[in-house]
Design a protein around this ligand. Structure first.
Ligand SMILES: *Cc1c(COP(=O)(O)O)cnc(C)c1O
Length: 445
């Protein structure tokens, strides 16, 4: 049922009802490994699609490339504050945790149906490299990632251009991220082409990614005393996918005390949650580029929940917001969000200060995205343990770390390999016909 339709596209995976773990089932997660926790949390989502053994194999395979056996790590910051390190995967960002699982699920679903598919995405950095790393070398899948030439960091670019697998196609677009995204939208809108090559998206609204991300909320909370204690999380946010995964964990039975949404100076989410109203502005480039977002695509899911599942009301609200550039919450939505979420922002100076404090007080180097979370967590008053999500490894953002702390983070071995490898990339104009031809040539051969 989950794979119904012509493509294993993200939207098809949205559950009609939320699976819920009983208190006993949550308690039974205590002491389980990361993969075992994932098995228990994801089982109800994939029922009828993957059996227990298949899911176990997918999870075992997905996380072998992580550099620590625990897959994610909790570090104490004192005062019942914890850093939840989610950056031990192959591209050193939390997106690996979901993308590695999603890729293997897709590979199996396609193999079962004897089909091939084309993954197409636009990226401003981390999503593209995590997707390439997850799908490279997989059977039946060609992956094409468009990125704006000269506008992603050297580390991010090299992570996309150095894999040698024949199914990986990194394409630099002469233009900006919006141009790249526009091309992807145009190709998905061409339904004849989409069906013929089985175009599939792996963007941040993909439901599987969100369900898989709910796992680390369970894993961390169990280690911090849940379900006997409620646990709070502070989430550096861009598209609100990660924060929504935390909410999903709560819906599935985890006692989440509160989710603190941390934004950088692109703070529209903070303004909406804090004041009930947010006006869209131009995106300001910051040292935490994966959070430089004005329209958080997953926030619509929260609005839907906050409106009691009234899809029509939310559709009208989104249309109004698209037309006016202002998103205004209804009174009921505002109180619903206020009970579950809080928010805070960090500007560039505050982000640098948080990086310095982490080093001085705890001897830890953190990346700028994580630093936004640390700054936000300082503004939250909760009587519960609080885990701040460390979403990227500091070595991914060496110049920002150096600027704030005066030292460069040591480079993990896998990053050294990416930086040394030969780059393979096509540079093309921002033209949909060109991209379509590149894909067709590859798929027909
Ligand atoms: C993608 C990303 C984020 C934002 O996550 P969302 O799910 O879009 O809110 C934060 N930090 C890093 C390092 C990321 O790559």
């Amino acid at each position: 049922m989950l794979l119904g339709g012509t493509a294993p596209d993200g939207g098809l995976w949205m559950p009609a009802t939320w699976p819920e773990l009983s208190a006993g089932e949550v308690r039974a997660l205590a002491g389980l490994s990361y993969e075992e926790t994932a098995q228990s949390v994801l089982r109800p989502f994939v029922e009828g699609v993957f059996n227990e053994d298949a899911l176990r194999e997918i999870l075992a395979d997905a996380y072998t490339g992580f550099s620590i056996p625990e897959r994610v790590a909790l570090r104490s910051l004192g005062r019942d504050r914890w850093l939840l390190e989610l950056h031990h995967g192959p591209t050193l960002a939390f997106k690996d945790l979901a993308m590695q699982v999603l890729a293997r699920m897709m590979e199996r679903a396609l193999a079962r149906r004897g089909r091939r598919a084309v993954i197409l995405g636009a990226t401003s950095g981390d999503t593209g490299s995590a997707a390439i790393e997850a799908f490279r070398g997989l059977f039946g899948v060609e992956i094409f990632i468009l990125f704006p030439e000269g506008r992603v960091s050297e580390v991010q670019r090299r992570q996309m251009t150095t894999p040698t697998d024949a199914n990986v196609h990194a394409i630099a677009i002469r233009g900006d991220f919006d141009d790249a995204q526009r091309l992807v939208k145009a190709l998905f809108a061409d339904s004849e082409f989409r069906k013929r090559v089985e175009l599939v998206a792996v963007n941040s609204i993909n439901w599987v990614r969100i369900a898989v991300q709910a796992v680390y909320y369970f894993y961390a909370a169990l280690r911090l005393g849940a379900p006997a204690r409620r646990v709070a999380f502070c989430v550096p946010s861009g598209n609100f996918g990660d924060a929504f995964a935390g909410y999903a964990a709560g819906r599935m039975g985890l006692p989440v005390e509160r989710l603190l949404v941390a934004t950088n100076s692109n703070d529209i989410l903070h303004r909406i949650i804090d004041s009930g109203r947010g006006e869209r502005c131009a995106v300001t480039p910051t040292s935490s580029p994966s959070m430089d977002i004005q329209v958080a695509s997953n926030f619509e899911r929260a609005l839907f929940e906050a409106a009691g599942g009234d899809g029509d009301a939310v559709r009208r609200q989104m249309e109004e917001s698209a037309a006016t550039g202002v998103l205004a919450l209804r009174a009921g939505q505002r109180s619903w969000l206020g009970e579950r979420f809080a928010s805070a922002r960090a500007d560039e100076a505050e982000t640098r200060a948080a990086m310095r404090r982490a080093r001085e007080e705890h001897g830890i180097l953190v990346d700028p995205h994580t630093a936004v979370g640390l700054h936000a967590a300082d503004s939250l008053e909760v009587e519960a343990p609080c885990a701040i999500l460390a979403t990227a490894h500091p070595a991914k953002f060496p110049s920002a770390v150096k600027e704030a702390c005066g030292v460069e983070p040591p480079r993990p071995a896998r990053l050294r390999a990416a930086l040394a490898g030969e780059e393979r990339v096509q540079v093309v104009d921002a033209d949909a016909t060109t991209i379509r031809q590149i894909i067709e040539r590859r798929v027909q051969s």
